[in-house]
Design a protein around this ligand. Structure first.
Ligand code: IFM
Length: 461
C-alpha cells in the first residue's frame, strides 16, 4: 500500500511572499508594504515589492507546477489587491488576477486551495486598529464574501487564516513582523479573540455563499512536543505538554485550536492570563466554533522532547539519540518525528481529518556549475518527514494531504530573500526559474503516490 488514493500532494505559497506588483492594478498598501520599507526591519533591506514576480509570471509558475505533477496548490489572496481600502470598492483587476490563476490551475489539473489571510492586512484597516478593532471580524466577513462570490464556482478548498498565533504574536507583541507593534499581552489576547471571530464568520460566510460544496479548514501552527521515548508515560507527558499553557508561553495549538474546534478556550489559558483576558461577548464562542472539514498543521520541528518528569533538549535525548540530522537555515532542528507526533496528538484531540498545510526546508541553494540546483538536503528532509506522515497514516490517523513549503523561493518575512524554501529556484536578478533536484524528486514521489520515498525500490507498506 502507498499513500491513500486522492491524497493531496501539493505545494504552498502566500501572496506577499511571491506576488510582487506591490502597487499595480490599483492594489492598496498592505501592512507588509509599509513595514518592509521601514529601516532595519528586514534582513538585507529586502522588500516584497517584486518578490518572485508571480503576479506577472503566474502562467509560467502554473506550468512548473504541472511539470512537478502537483495535485493541489495552496496560495493566499491579497486582501488589499481586491479591496484597496480593506472595505468597499472592489478592484476588478485584482480579482481578475485570481480568476485567471484559478482557471489556469484547473486547466492544468491542479486543485486550488485558497487561504484568505496570510498576513497582508490592508494598511487602511490597520490605521483603524487592524486586528485590535473588534469590527475586524465583520470586515473580514465582507472580504470573504467578495472572494467566495468570485471564486467558489471553481474553488472548493478554503482556509480562512494562516497561523493566527504568529501574526498576533509577531505583529502585536514582539513586533518583529508587520505592523511591528510591541503591546502588552492583553492587547495580544484581544487581537487573538478578534481573529478567532474573523475565522468563525469567514467559515459561516463560505458555507452560506459557496457555489460548490466547500471543504473548509484552517492552517495552524504551534509547539509540537515529541516524547523522550515511546514508553506510554513519556507519550502521555508529551501529549500533555503539547497542549498545556503555562505562564511563560501561550504559543500552543490549544490557544486557537480549542476555541475553533472544541468551542472553548483552554482552562489553563484562562487561569494563567485572567488579568489580561479579552472581552468576550455572549455568542462569541458559538460564532468561533464552526464545523470544520479539516485541521491544517504547519509543522517544521518540535520544541523539545519531553519525558515523564524530565525534559530533553533537541538532538540529545533518547528519542533524539543525538542524531538530529542538522539545523535548517532558519536555525530550526531537522526533526522528522515532529510531524508524526503533531499529527497524532492533534488527531486524538480534535478528531478531524488533518492536512499538512506546510512543511519544508530553508537552505542556501544555488545553481551549480552544471547549471542545476542540487539540493540533496531538501530531498532527505522531505523524505524523512513524509515517512513520518506515512507512519501516522498506517496507525489510522486521517491525513488528507501534504503541502511543501514552498513552491518557489520567496520573501521569508523578516529574514528577507536569503533563506530559500522553494522546490523551484528563483534568480532574483532576472526572475528566471529552475526546478531544483527536489522538484524532480517530488514529481516521482507524486507519480508513485509515495512509493519513491524509499530508495532502491523498497516498498512502503
Ligand atoms: O514562510 C513562512 C510562512 O509564511 C508561514 N509558515 C512558516 C513559513 C516559513 O517560515
Amino acid at each position: 500500500m502507498t499513500f491513500p488514493q486522492g491524497f493531496a500532494w501539493g505545494a504552498a505559497t502566500a501572496s506577499y511572499q511571491i506576488e510582487g506588483a506591490a502597487s499595480e492594478d490599483g492594489k492598496g498598501l498592505s501592512i507588509w508594504d509599509v513595514f518592509s520599507h521601514e529601516q532595519g526591519k528586514i534582513d538585507g533591506g529586502d522588500t516584497g515589492d517584486v518578490a518572485s514576480d508571480h503576479y506577472h509570471r503566474w502562467r509560467e509558475d502554473v506550468a512548473l507546477m504541472a511539470g512537478i505533477g502537483l495535485k493541489a496548490y495552496r496560495f493566499s489572496i491579497s486582501w488589499p489587491r481586491l479591496l484597496p481600502e480593506g472595505r468597499g470598492a472592489v478592484e476588478r483587476r485584482g480579482l481578475g488576477f485570481y480568476d485567471r490563476l484559478v482557471d489556469g490551475l484547473l486547466a492544468a489539473g491542479i486543485e486550488p486551495w485558497v487561504t484568505l489571510y496570510h498576513w497582508d492586512l490592508p494598511h487602511a484597516l490597520h490605521l483603524q486598529g487592524g486586528w485590535l478593532n473588534p469590527a475586524i471580524s465583520d470586515w473580514f466577513a465582507e472580504y470573504t464574501a467578495v472572494v467566495v462570490d468570485a471564486l467558489s464556482d471553481r474553488v472548493s478548498h478554503w482556509m480562512a487564516l494562516n497561523e493566527p498565533h504568529v501574526f498576533v504574536d509577531h505583529g502585536y507583541l514582539s513586533g518583529g513582523h508587520a505592523p511591528g507593534l510591541r503591546l502588552d499581552l492583553a492587547a495580544g489576547l484581544q487581537a487573538g479573540h478578534n481573529s478567532l471571530l474573523a475565522h468563525g464568520k469567514a467559515v459561516q460566510t463560505i458555507r452560506a455563499r459557496a457555489k460548490k460544496p466547500p471543504t473548509i479548514g484552517v492552517a495552524q501552527v504551534g509547539a509540537v512536543r515529541a516524547p523522550a521515548s515511546e514508553a506510554p508515560e513519556d507519550v502521555a507527558a508529551a501529549r500533555e505538554a503539547m497542549f498545556a499553557i503555562n505562564p511563560s508561553t501561550h504559543f500552543n495549538h490549544a490557544w486557537f485550536g480549542d476555541p475553533m474546534v472544541l468551542g472553548e478556550y483552554p482552562e489553563d489559558l484562562l487561569q494563567h492570563f485572567r488579568r489580561d483576558w479579552p472581552s468576550i461577548r455572549p455568542g462569541d464562542m458559538e460564532t468561533i466554533c464552526q464545523p470544520l472539514d479539516f485541521y491544517g498543521l504547519n509543522v517544521y520541528f518540535a520544541e523539545a522532547a519531553v519525558g515523564a518528569g524530565h525534559r530533553v533538549e533537541p538532538g540529545t535525548g533518547p528519542q533524539g539519540r543525538g542524531d538530529r540530522p542538522g539545523y535548517t537555515m532558519m536555525g530550526w532542528p531537522v526533526w522528522p518525528e515532529s510531524i508524526y507526533w503533531g499529527l497524532r496528538f492533534l488527531w486524538e484531540r480534535y478528531e478531524l481529518p488533518l492536512v499538512i498545510t506546510e512543511n519544508g526546508l530553508a537552505n542556501t541553494d544555488w545553481p551549480h556549475l552544471d547549471g542545476r540546483v542540487h539540493d540533496p538536503q531538501r530531498i532527505d528532509y522531505l523524505a524523512r518527514y513524509l515517512l513520518q506522515v506515512k507512519r501516522a497514516l498506517d496507525e489510522g490517523v486521517d491525513v488528507r494531504g501534504y503541502f511543501v513549503w514552498s513552491l518557489l523561493d520567496n520573501f521569508e518575512w523578516a529574514r528577507g530573500f536569503r533563506p530559500r524554501f522553494g522546490l523551484v529556484y528563483v534568480d532574483y536578478e532576472d526572475q528566471q526559474r529552475r526546478l531544483k533536484d527536489s522538484a524532480h524528486w517530488y514529481r516521482q514521489v507524486i507519480e508513485t503516490n509515495g512509493r519513491a520515498l524509499l530508495p532502491g525500490g523498497q516498498s512502503l507498506r
